[in-house]
Design a binder for this molecule. Structure first.
Ligand SMILES: Nc1ncnc2c1ncn2[C@@H]1O[C@H](COP(=O)(O)OP(=O)(O)OP(=O)(O)O)[C@@H](O)[C@H]1O
Ligand SMILES: CC(C)(CO)[C@@H](O)C(=O)[O-]
Length: 278
Protein backbone atom coordinates (compact mmCIF):
# COMPACT_ATOMS: atom_id res chain seq x y z
CA UNK A 1 0.00 0.00 0.00
CA UNK A 2 1.21 3.56 -0.79
CA UNK A 3 2.40 5.38 2.32
CA UNK A 4 2.39 8.98 1.14
CA UNK A 5 0.58 11.21 -1.37
CA UNK A 6 0.63 14.89 -2.25
CA UNK A 7 -2.67 16.57 -3.18
CA UNK A 8 -2.68 19.82 -5.17
CA UNK A 9 -5.96 21.72 -4.83
CA UNK A 10 -6.75 24.96 -6.72
CA UNK A 11 -8.12 27.91 -4.78
CA UNK A 12 -11.64 29.09 -5.60
CA UNK A 13 -12.79 32.69 -5.39
CA UNK A 14 -16.48 32.68 -6.08
CA UNK A 15 -17.66 35.75 -7.98
CA UNK A 16 -21.44 35.33 -7.71
CA UNK A 17 -23.42 32.77 -5.83
CA UNK A 18 -26.94 31.90 -4.80
CA UNK A 19 -27.17 29.56 -1.79
CA UNK A 20 -29.52 26.58 -2.19
CA UNK A 21 -30.31 24.92 1.13
CA UNK A 22 -32.06 21.54 1.30
CA UNK A 23 -32.54 19.01 4.12
CA UNK A 24 -29.62 17.01 2.70
CA UNK A 25 -26.04 18.38 2.71
CA UNK A 26 -25.29 16.50 -0.53
CA UNK A 27 -27.92 18.48 -2.43
CA UNK A 28 -27.24 21.71 -0.52
CA UNK A 29 -24.84 24.00 -2.34
CA UNK A 30 -24.83 27.06 -4.53
CA UNK A 31 -25.31 28.02 -8.14
CA UNK A 32 -23.04 30.71 -9.49
CA UNK A 33 -19.66 31.34 -11.00
CA UNK A 34 -16.09 31.60 -9.74
CA UNK A 35 -12.43 31.54 -10.70
CA UNK A 36 -10.03 28.67 -9.93
CA UNK A 37 -6.49 29.78 -9.15
CA UNK A 38 -3.08 28.12 -9.18
CA UNK A 39 -0.79 27.66 -7.34
CA UNK A 40 -3.24 26.55 -4.69
CA UNK A 41 -3.13 24.48 -1.52
CA UNK A 42 -0.68 21.63 -1.07
CA UNK A 43 -1.80 18.85 1.25
CA UNK A 44 0.64 16.06 2.07
CA UNK A 45 -0.92 12.96 3.53
CA UNK A 46 0.88 10.05 5.11
CA UNK A 47 -0.30 6.86 6.73
CA UNK A 48 -0.47 7.36 10.48
CA UNK A 49 -2.41 9.62 12.77
CA UNK A 50 -2.25 13.21 14.00
CA UNK A 51 -4.30 14.74 11.19
CA UNK A 52 -5.85 17.64 13.07
CA UNK A 53 -4.51 20.49 10.93
CA UNK A 54 -5.27 24.21 11.16
CA UNK A 55 -9.09 23.83 11.01
CA UNK A 56 -11.58 21.52 12.77
CA UNK A 57 -12.78 20.31 9.35
CA UNK A 58 -9.80 17.97 9.05
CA UNK A 59 -10.54 15.70 11.99
CA UNK A 60 -14.26 15.87 11.07
CA UNK A 61 -13.69 14.68 7.50
CA UNK A 62 -11.28 11.91 8.51
CA UNK A 63 -13.69 10.74 11.19
CA UNK A 64 -16.59 10.61 8.72
CA UNK A 65 -14.47 8.62 6.31
CA UNK A 66 -13.36 6.31 9.13
CA UNK A 67 -9.71 6.95 8.23
CA UNK A 68 -6.69 8.21 10.10
CA UNK A 69 -3.77 10.01 8.53
CA UNK A 70 -0.98 12.42 9.22
CA UNK A 71 -1.57 15.61 7.21
CA UNK A 72 0.57 18.68 6.40
CA UNK A 73 -0.84 21.83 4.82
CA UNK A 74 0.50 24.84 2.97
CA UNK A 75 -0.98 27.58 0.81
CA UNK A 76 0.14 30.92 -0.65
CA UNK A 77 -2.86 32.71 0.94
CA UNK A 78 -4.41 33.06 4.42
CA UNK A 79 -7.49 31.30 5.81
CA UNK A 80 -10.69 33.31 6.19
CA UNK A 81 -10.05 35.80 3.38
CA UNK A 82 -12.28 34.29 0.67
CA UNK A 83 -10.06 31.93 -1.34
CA UNK A 84 -12.09 28.82 -0.42
CA UNK A 85 -9.10 27.60 1.53
CA UNK A 86 -11.03 25.69 4.21
CA UNK A 87 -12.63 23.69 1.37
CA UNK A 88 -9.24 23.15 -0.30
CA UNK A 89 -7.66 21.82 2.89
CA UNK A 90 -10.67 19.62 3.71
CA UNK A 91 -10.86 18.25 0.16
CA UNK A 92 -7.09 17.68 0.04
CA UNK A 93 -7.05 15.76 3.33
CA UNK A 94 -10.08 13.65 2.33
CA UNK A 95 -8.68 12.81 -1.12
CA UNK A 96 -5.22 12.01 0.22
CA UNK A 97 -6.43 9.75 3.02
CA UNK A 98 -8.86 7.98 0.67
CA UNK A 99 -6.19 7.50 -2.01
CA UNK A 100 -3.86 5.92 0.57
CA UNK A 101 -6.66 3.56 1.63
CA UNK A 102 -7.55 2.67 -1.98
CA UNK A 103 -11.02 4.16 -1.60
CA UNK A 104 -13.03 6.04 -4.31
CA UNK A 105 -12.11 9.71 -4.60
CA UNK A 106 -15.69 10.78 -5.34
CA UNK A 107 -16.73 9.51 -1.89
CA UNK A 108 -13.91 11.58 -0.35
CA UNK A 109 -14.97 14.69 -2.29
CA UNK A 110 -18.61 14.27 -1.26
CA UNK A 111 -17.60 13.88 2.38
CA UNK A 112 -15.49 17.06 2.18
CA UNK A 113 -18.52 18.89 0.75
CA UNK A 114 -20.75 17.63 3.59
CA UNK A 115 -18.23 18.84 6.19
CA UNK A 116 -17.97 22.29 4.56
CA UNK A 117 -21.78 22.60 4.47
CA UNK A 118 -22.16 21.45 8.07
CA UNK A 119 -19.43 23.79 9.33
CA UNK A 120 -21.09 26.68 7.47
CA UNK A 121 -17.85 27.54 5.65
CA UNK A 122 -18.70 26.64 2.05
CA UNK A 123 -21.44 25.69 -0.41
CA UNK A 124 -19.88 25.63 -3.86
CA UNK A 125 -16.15 25.61 -3.14
CA UNK A 126 -15.59 21.83 -2.92
CA UNK A 127 -17.34 21.00 -6.21
CA UNK A 128 -15.49 23.83 -7.97
CA UNK A 129 -12.10 22.79 -6.59
CA UNK A 130 -12.68 19.09 -7.30
CA UNK A 131 -13.51 19.63 -10.99
CA UNK A 132 -11.55 22.80 -11.89
CA UNK A 133 -12.44 24.55 -15.14
CA UNK A 134 -10.71 27.95 -15.18
CA UNK A 135 -13.85 30.03 -14.79
CA UNK A 136 -16.41 27.53 -13.52
CA UNK A 137 -20.19 27.84 -13.49
CA UNK A 138 -22.20 25.91 -10.93
CA UNK A 139 -25.40 25.22 -12.86
CA UNK A 140 -26.82 22.68 -10.40
CA UNK A 141 -26.05 22.89 -6.67
CA UNK A 142 -24.60 20.12 -4.55
CA UNK A 143 -21.61 17.92 -3.86
CA UNK A 144 -19.36 16.50 -6.60
CA UNK A 145 -21.38 13.82 -8.43
CA UNK A 146 -24.63 15.54 -7.40
CA UNK A 147 -24.20 19.12 -8.57
CA UNK A 148 -23.15 20.08 -12.10
CA UNK A 149 -20.31 22.40 -13.12
CA UNK A 150 -19.93 24.06 -16.53
CA UNK A 151 -17.14 26.39 -17.82
CA UNK A 152 -16.98 29.90 -19.26
CA UNK A 153 -14.88 30.28 -22.42
CA UNK A 154 -12.25 32.94 -21.72
CA UNK A 155 -9.32 34.62 -23.51
CA UNK A 156 -6.06 32.69 -23.81
CA UNK A 157 -3.20 33.75 -21.56
CA UNK A 158 -5.48 34.90 -18.77
CA UNK A 159 -3.97 35.69 -15.35
CA UNK A 160 -5.34 36.91 -12.03
CA UNK A 161 -3.93 39.29 -9.42
CA UNK A 162 -5.43 39.20 -5.95
CA UNK A 163 -5.25 41.49 -2.95
CA UNK A 164 -6.54 40.74 0.57
CA UNK A 165 -8.11 43.80 2.16
CA UNK A 166 -9.96 42.24 5.09
CA UNK A 167 -11.14 38.97 6.67
CA UNK A 168 -14.59 37.79 7.63
CA UNK A 169 -15.96 34.49 8.79
CA UNK A 170 -17.98 32.81 5.98
CA UNK A 171 -20.77 31.58 8.25
CA UNK A 172 -21.49 35.07 9.65
CA UNK A 173 -21.14 36.61 6.16
CA UNK A 174 -23.80 34.21 4.80
CA UNK A 175 -26.20 35.19 7.59
CA UNK A 176 -25.45 38.92 7.20
CA UNK A 177 -26.11 38.82 3.44
CA UNK A 178 -29.05 36.40 3.45
CA UNK A 179 -31.65 38.85 2.10
CA UNK A 180 -29.32 40.56 -0.37
CA UNK A 181 -28.27 37.17 -1.79
CA UNK A 182 -31.88 36.00 -2.14
CA UNK A 183 -33.11 39.16 -3.79
CA UNK A 184 -30.60 41.24 -5.75
CA UNK A 185 -27.91 38.54 -5.87
CA UNK A 186 -30.31 35.94 -7.29
CA UNK A 187 -31.31 38.28 -10.14
CA UNK A 188 -27.67 38.81 -11.14
CA UNK A 189 -26.89 35.08 -11.00
CA UNK A 190 -29.97 34.30 -13.13
CA UNK A 191 -29.00 36.98 -15.63
CA UNK A 192 -25.51 35.51 -15.90
CA UNK A 193 -26.80 31.94 -16.37
CA UNK A 194 -28.90 33.16 -19.32
CA UNK A 195 -25.73 34.39 -21.04
CA UNK A 196 -22.66 32.77 -19.46
CA UNK A 197 -19.97 34.63 -21.42
CA UNK A 198 -16.67 36.14 -20.26
CA UNK A 199 -17.95 39.68 -20.84
CA UNK A 200 -21.10 39.17 -18.83
CA UNK A 201 -19.02 37.42 -16.13
CA UNK A 202 -16.85 40.56 -15.79
CA UNK A 203 -19.78 42.98 -15.79
CA UNK A 204 -22.12 41.06 -13.48
CA UNK A 205 -19.43 39.91 -11.02
CA UNK A 206 -18.40 43.52 -10.40
CA UNK A 207 -22.04 44.49 -9.92
CA UNK A 208 -22.64 41.56 -7.56
CA UNK A 209 -19.56 42.56 -5.52
CA UNK A 210 -20.84 46.13 -5.22
CA UNK A 211 -24.36 45.02 -4.23
CA UNK A 212 -22.93 42.74 -1.50
CA UNK A 213 -20.73 45.56 -0.20
CA UNK A 214 -17.40 43.80 -0.93
CA UNK A 215 -16.36 46.21 -3.68
CA UNK A 216 -16.55 49.57 -1.93
CA UNK A 217 -15.79 52.98 -3.47
CA UNK A 218 -12.71 52.98 -1.22
CA UNK A 219 -11.37 49.71 -2.72
CA UNK A 220 -12.25 50.79 -6.28
CA UNK A 221 -10.64 54.17 -5.66
CA UNK A 222 -7.37 52.55 -4.68
CA UNK A 223 -7.04 50.70 -8.02
CA UNK A 224 -8.52 53.34 -10.31
CA UNK A 225 -5.19 54.57 -11.72
CA UNK A 226 -4.24 51.03 -12.81
CA UNK A 227 -7.51 50.05 -14.51
CA UNK A 228 -6.45 50.59 -18.13
CA UNK A 229 -4.84 47.19 -18.70
CA UNK A 230 -7.35 45.20 -16.62
CA UNK A 231 -10.12 43.14 -18.25
CA UNK A 232 -12.16 43.59 -15.10
CA UNK A 233 -12.26 42.91 -11.37
CA UNK A 234 -14.52 41.75 -8.55
CA UNK A 235 -14.30 41.15 -4.82
CA UNK A 236 -15.41 38.25 -2.67
CA UNK A 237 -15.49 38.80 1.11
CA UNK A 238 -12.00 40.25 1.64
CA UNK A 239 -10.33 39.31 -1.65
CA UNK A 240 -10.05 41.57 -4.66
CA UNK A 241 -9.57 39.64 -7.94
CA UNK A 242 -8.26 41.38 -11.07
CA UNK A 243 -8.43 39.53 -14.42
CA UNK A 244 -5.91 40.53 -17.07
CA UNK A 245 -3.66 39.31 -19.87
CA UNK A 246 -0.50 37.50 -18.72
CA UNK A 247 1.58 40.09 -20.63
CA UNK A 248 0.17 42.92 -18.51
CA UNK A 249 0.83 41.32 -15.12
CA UNK A 250 4.15 43.01 -14.41
CA UNK A 251 3.00 46.50 -15.35
CA UNK A 252 -0.27 46.30 -13.42
CA UNK A 253 1.51 44.77 -10.42
CA UNK A 254 3.96 47.71 -10.38
CA UNK A 255 1.15 50.24 -10.78
CA UNK A 256 -0.83 48.71 -7.91
CA UNK A 257 2.28 48.58 -5.75
CA UNK A 258 2.74 52.34 -6.30
CA UNK A 259 -0.82 52.80 -5.02
CA UNK A 260 0.01 50.74 -1.93
CA UNK A 261 -1.99 47.70 -3.08
CA UNK A 262 0.08 44.58 -2.58
CA UNK A 263 -0.93 41.74 -4.91
CA UNK A 264 -0.20 38.06 -5.59
CA UNK A 265 -0.24 36.71 -9.08
CA UNK A 266 -1.96 33.47 -10.17
CA UNK A 267 -2.76 31.44 -13.24
CA UNK A 268 -6.20 29.99 -13.85
CA UNK A 269 -6.48 26.32 -12.96
CA UNK A 270 -8.25 24.25 -15.57
CA UNK A 271 -7.70 21.06 -13.64
CA UNK A 272 -9.31 20.30 -10.33
CA UNK A 273 -7.65 18.62 -7.34
CA UNK A 274 -4.85 16.21 -8.32
CA UNK A 275 -3.53 13.36 -6.16
CA UNK A 276 0.13 12.53 -6.77
CA UNK A 277 1.80 9.38 -5.45
CA UNK A 278 5.12 10.19 -3.85
N1 LIG B 1 -6.07 32.82 11.02
C1 LIG B 1 -7.30 32.45 10.68
N2 LIG B 1 -8.14 33.35 10.14
C2 LIG B 1 -9.40 32.99 9.79
N3 LIG B 1 -9.89 31.74 9.93
C3 LIG B 1 -9.08 30.82 10.49
C4 LIG B 1 -7.76 31.12 10.87
N4 LIG B 1 -7.21 30.00 11.35
C5 LIG B 1 -8.15 29.05 11.28
N5 LIG B 1 -9.29 29.54 10.79
C6 LIG B 1 -10.50 28.74 10.54
O1 LIG B 1 -10.56 28.58 9.12
C7 LIG B 1 -11.90 28.52 8.67
C8 LIG B 1 -12.05 29.64 7.66
O2 LIG B 1 -13.13 29.35 6.88
P1 LIG B 1 -13.79 30.41 5.92
O3 LIG B 1 -14.77 29.66 5.10
O4 LIG B 1 -14.25 31.59 6.70
O5 LIG B 1 -12.57 30.90 5.04
P2 LIG B 1 -11.95 30.37 3.73
O6 LIG B 1 -12.34 28.96 3.46
O7 LIG B 1 -10.51 30.65 3.79
O8 LIG B 1 -12.59 31.30 2.66
P3 LIG B 1 -14.02 31.23 1.95
O9 LIG B 1 -14.78 32.38 2.45
O10 LIG B 1 -13.71 31.38 0.52
O11 LIG B 1 -14.69 29.92 2.24
C9 LIG B 1 -12.80 28.69 9.88
O12 LIG B 1 -13.17 27.42 10.33
C10 LIG B 1 -11.85 29.37 10.91
O13 LIG B 1 -12.20 29.03 12.23
C1 LIG C 1 -20.61 30.08 0.27
C2 LIG C 1 -19.33 30.48 -0.42
C3 LIG C 1 -19.47 31.89 -0.95
C4 LIG C 1 -18.20 30.45 0.63
O1 LIG C 1 -16.95 30.59 0.07
C5 LIG C 1 -18.96 29.50 -1.55
O2 LIG C 1 -18.82 28.22 -1.06
C6 LIG C 1 -19.92 29.49 -2.72
O3 LIG C 1 -19.70 30.21 -3.69
O4 LIG C 1 -20.92 28.75 -2.68
Amino acid sequence: MRRRVKVLVPLHVTAMWLPVYTDNPLTTGSIGVGVLLKPGAVVEVEAGSGGRGPIPHISAVLKRLGLSASVRFSAPVPLGAGYGLSAAYTLGAALGASALAGRPLIEAAQTAHVVEVEMGTGLGDVIAEFYGGGIEVRVKPGAPGVGVVDKVPHPRRLAALTHVFRREDTSSMLVRLRDALRERGAKLVEKFLEQPTYDSFLELSAEFSRVMGFLTPEVEGRIRRCKKQMHGYYAKKGVLVVLLDVNEVEEVEECLMREGVEVKSFGLSHVGAVVLRE
